[in-house]
Design a protein around this ligand. Structure first.
Ligand code: ZN
Length: 343
């Protein structure tokens, strides 16, 4: 009898502890970092002179480069399944969100959709975007299998060896070797690739990385490098001089100072950009239709990352830290104005 009572009290205590943990996690899930210090660094949207490039940012690593004649999209990730869906279900494409995403990016015809790597938050929608806009799909073997799983015609699938170069109109796209940021909470998500078609719905973890790229976009207007994930190979980009660096910063707040500085040296130090624009710092477990929020403190330390980035760039007068507005074209290679921020 006493034993039963003790057992009951232990059970109640355990339930209480579990409920407290869940409550803390739910609160911290929506505990967003304060990025107001960077509000004044947002670029103003605007048109580019005829034939010059504008870039539109769709959150995470989704970017649209266009010169008015030819358009190139990076990733095109719009479905944005929720945390609960990612953890507990097989995730699926949200065709309405994809249609809205394409329309919001201002891209009805695209020459190529380029995947930075094949995780779901980069590549799950890319073949559908390609199908809807007439684009080629460029990426790794895994990206190709994701395209095949969604019946993208084989001639439109371009499997990019490291160093592969593609030309579309006045754009040249070069797929440079890179690495994914090491994920301490789940190392198995890195370094594996697909070897058969992947057709959603599927577990989020089934979109295997399949190798990562730094994507070099060259145009007579200027040169941009898109780094989707905060991984690097020391020295690989040395001497590659670019005008604008779109720098993936997701998960960087979970790395130690030596890693962060190594990443900045390998990307920023090596390419000497005039402008560094952080990307992949949103809470992508919220729908794209929600007002964009930064990655919550539960998953990353964005305040630390951006402070380190600002300090790194402060050491050079030639490089400026800037942020993109969402879903608005910015002539990134011009001496663009800053957006007016209401006080
Ligand atoms: Zn990834």
């Amino acid at each position: 009898m006493i034993r039963l009572r003790i057992f009951r009290w232990i059970l109640i205590a355990l339930l209480f502890v579990a409920a407290a943990i869940v409550a803390v996690l739910v609160v911290r899930r929506y505990d967003y970092p304060d990025l107001s210090a960077y509000e004044s660094l947002h670029l103003a949207d605007g048109a580019a002179p005829t034939g010059q490039v504008t870039v539109t940012y769709g959150g995470v690593a989704t970017l649209l480069f266009t010169d008015g004649t030819t358009s190139i999209m990076i990733d095109g990730f719009f479905s944005r399944p929720s945390l609960l869906e990612v953890l507990a279900t097989r995730i699926d494409l949200d065709t309405q969100a994809i249609d809205d995403g394409i329309a919001n990016m201002g891209a009805d015809t695209i020459a190529a959709v380029v995947c930075a790597h094949s995780h779901y938050d980069h590549c799950m929608d890319s073949p559908t975007v390609a199908l809807k806009t007439g684009a080629d799909l460029i990426g790794s073997q895994s990206t190709a299998w994701i395209g095949r799983g969604l019946n993208l015609p084989e001639p439109r699938i371009r499997i990019a060896d490291y160093g592969a170069v593609y030309t579309y109109g006045a754009f040249t796209v070069t797929m440079l070797e890179s690495r994914h940021v090491p994920l301490s909470w789940n190392a198995s998500l890195i370094g594996r690739g697909l070897s058969e078609p992947l057709t959603p719905p599927a577990r989020a973890s089934e979109w295997l990385e399949g190798g990562s790229y730094s994507i070099l976009i060259e145009h007579p207007s200027g040169k941009a490098l898109v780094q989707g994930s905060a991984g690097y190979v020391d020295g690989l980009l040395d001497g590659l001089d670019v005008d604008v660096l779109f720098l993936g910063v997701g998960a960087l707040g979970t790395k130690d100072e030596a890693y962060v500085n190594g990443y900045f040296d390998a990307l920023i130090g090596a390419t000497a950009p005039d402008r560094v624009i952080p990307i992949h710092f949103e809470d992508f477990l919220l729908p794209a239709s929600a007002h964009e929020k930064p990655i919550p403190a539960l998953f990353d330390d964005l305040e630390r990352t951006l402070a380190a980035l600002a300090a790194y760039l402060d050491e050079s007068t030639a490089m400026e830290l800037r942020f993109m507005p969402y879903l608005a074209p910015v002539p990134v290679f011009q001496a663009t104005e800053l957006a007016h921020v209401a006080n």
